[in-house]
Design a protein around this ligand. Structure first.
Ligand code: GDP
Ligand code: MG
Length: 339
């Protein structure tokens, strides 16, 4: 099937066409630009919600609870799990995860997992495109589960309107989110596994880390404002005060509060005119990423095999520093070794 037909069908609600487009994104097909151009006008309606945190904190379980809660509100949900160990992947829906299996049979829910293994470079782009596609085909909610472990994951988490960072007791004294550098991107903190001893200590630890980081967190929030507050009274409105909530995802306790906080955050973004700005931040990143990749590829394609060989030699045999070589290319100096 041609991409054109796939898009047409996916927009009309065909799940198989949707799946095939997602595979094209994962393979970063040559038709990408055209496909995205056609999807783009249909985006902008879904609430994109990122769920990130250390492995084992209960993100997948929480994602399941949230999905059930949104379904009760008659909202359709797409789940993008970017987690190699995700129970959402493949046939690995584990026996005891009854709720997850229920979701898999619900036509208002679509679940896709993307493996990060062997994929590090393109994963952020593929994730961005998948989220845009879910939005375009009409899912009300897009839940993005990422393991808070590296820069790539932080980048993907920042593709959301609302970012939930999950902590759990029993993973050591340190706040995992702080260790992974994802504390700053949180709009809502969830302390999951509140049924376990140590939840209070985790909450106290989180609150103290949060206090220490308060200025940084607020600075980050200001960075994404599109307009500076004009006077004191409006400066209060643009501040979102990160909420700290406790949940027991295993039994979906505390999920109602979490759903309320998510809705409050969405209203806050809309009221302060940042709903579109948050996603628009990604346009810059995607533009830069695609243009730099394309420029590099076309520059490389313009080299003769000898030049390419020379370049590799100069890099691999430590003849020049990579920074110096890049500078040489930028200044239009030939990279061949001839004087
Ligand atoms: N005690 C307890 N265990 C939980 C809770 N939520 C999840 N778990 C368990 O924690 C383990 C990891 O959960 P999972 O959702 O896969 O975590 P993820 O790696 O962050 O996606 C599983 O065995 C879950 O059953 C909870 O609220 N309380
Ligand atoms: Mg998981």
């Amino acid at each position: 099937m041609q991409p054109q037909e796939l898009i047409y069908k996916a927009l009309a609600g065909d799940r198989l066409a949707l799946t095939r487009l997602l595979s094209l994104f994962e393979n970063q097909t040559d038709d990408l630009a055209e496909i995205m151009e056609q999807i783009h006008p249909h985006t902008g309606k879904a609430h994109r919600i990122g769920i990130t945190g250390a492995p084992g904190t209960g993100k997948s379980t929480l994602t399941t609870c949230l999905t059930s809660a949104f379904r009760k509100q008659d909202k359709t949900v797409a789940i993008l799990a970017i987690d190699p160990s995700s129970p959402f992947s493949g046939g690995a829906l584990l026996g005891d995860r009854i709720r997850m299996r229920e979701l898999a049979g619900d036509s208002g829910v679509f679940i896709r997992s993307m493996a990060t293994r062997g994929h590090t470079g393109g994963i952020a782009s593929a994730a961005y495109q998948a989220i845009a596609l879910f939005d375009a085909v009409g899912f009300d909610i897009v839940l993005i589960e990422t393991v808070g472990a590296g820069q790539g994951e932080v980048e993907i988490a920042s593709m959301a309107h609302t970012t939930i960072v999950v902590e759990a007791p029993g993973l050591g004294d340190e706040i995992q989110a702080n260790k992974a550098g994802i504390l700053e991107i949180a709009d809502i903190f969830v302390i999951n596994k509140a049924d376990l001893p140590g939840a209070i200590q985790t909450e106290n630890a989180l609150r103290s880390v949060f206090d220490v980081n308060h200025n940084t967190v607020h600075k980050h929030l200001r960075d994404i404002d599109i307009s500076e507050p004009k006077d004191e009274s409006s400066s209060h409105e643009v501040q979102w005060h990160c909420q700290i909530l406790k949940t027991v995802a295993r039994t979906c306790e505390g999920i109602d509060n979490l759903v309320t906080a998510i809705h409050e955050h969405a209203s806050h973004l809309i009221k302060t005119d940042r709903w579109y700005a948050k996603v628009a931040l990604q346009y810059d990143r995607q533009f830069e990423s695609h243009l730099s990749k394309a420029l590099f590829a076309s520059w490389k394609a313009s080299l003769t095999p000898e030049d390419l060989d020379n370049l590799n030699k100069q890099l691999n045999c430590r003849i020049h520093a990579p920074e110096f070589l890049a500078e040489k290319v930028l200044n239009g100096v030939s990279i061949s070794q001839k004087k």
